[in-house]
Design a protein around this ligand. Structure first.
Ligand code: ATP
Ligand code: MG
Length: 182
């Protein structure tokens, strides 16, 4: 029987399938192929995925929040259910504002696990309706981080296989500008 004719589904909020919205927060300074792998895989698991750039004043970022969002937008333009946003608030409060109740995070190593466990427990403590879902890294990218990419690019090393094309160009421009200023 089609769902629309099934009396159990008619006007029944309890049984109407809910739109699942997840958020993937991070610094994304800049987005790497490791992040993109997590984005692509989690976009398949949820109706909507909000990739959220954390506007963290305590770090000294290479790219501005606007630049990071633009690089993410370009890298995810073929994914219609992925939205790019930024926030400067408690993650759980940002989630509420988006109607999201699942936090997506990636795990590369035991070190990531320990830190992520602490974060997930804290967020769950702050809001019991929020769950964190972990995606294991693609082994190809298990050593990849934004920091490593910046270390390599700073010394004109090859980052072609580590970041999307727009990021490769943006990194070259950024470090060229910096060298010109020195
Ligand atoms: N290569 C990767 N594979 C799987 N998950 C990843 C990868 N890189 C980052 N993540 C996950 O993405 C989330 C956001 O990470 P974050 O913005 O700190 O990126 P990062 O690459 O670790 O940057 P940084 O070097 O600045 O710490 C975290 O859950 C992190 O574990
Ligand atoms: Mg990190």
């Amino acid at each position: 029987m089609p769902q629309s004719m099934n009396p159990e589904y008619q006007n029944n909020k309890e049984t109407t399938p809910k739109v699942r919205i997840a958020a993937y927060p991070g610094s994304f300074d800049p987005v790497t192929c490791g992040h993109l792998d997590i984005i692509r895989r989690s976009a398949k698991q949820f109706d909507r995925l909000v990739v959220a750039v954390l506007n963290n004043t305590s770090k000294n970022p290479l790219f501005s929040v606007e630049e990071r969002k633009e690089l993410l937008r370009e890298a995810t333009k073929d994914l219609p259910n992925v939205e790019i946003d930024s926030f400067r608030d408690l993650t759980v409060r940002f989630m509420r504002s988006k109607g999201a109740d699942v936090i997506v995070r990636g795990i590369r190593s035991v070190t990531d696990f320990e830190y992520e466990l602490m974060l997930a427990s804290t967020n769950h403590q702050l809001d019991k309706d929020i769950e964190t879902v972990f995606m294991m890294t693609n082994p190809k990218y298990s050593y990849l981080s934004s920091s490593i990419v910046k270390e390599i690019a700073q010394f004109d090393g090859e980052v072609h296989d580590l970041v999307p094309p727009g990021v490769e160009i943006a990194l070259k421009e950024k470090y060229r500008e910096r060298k010109a200023q020195q």
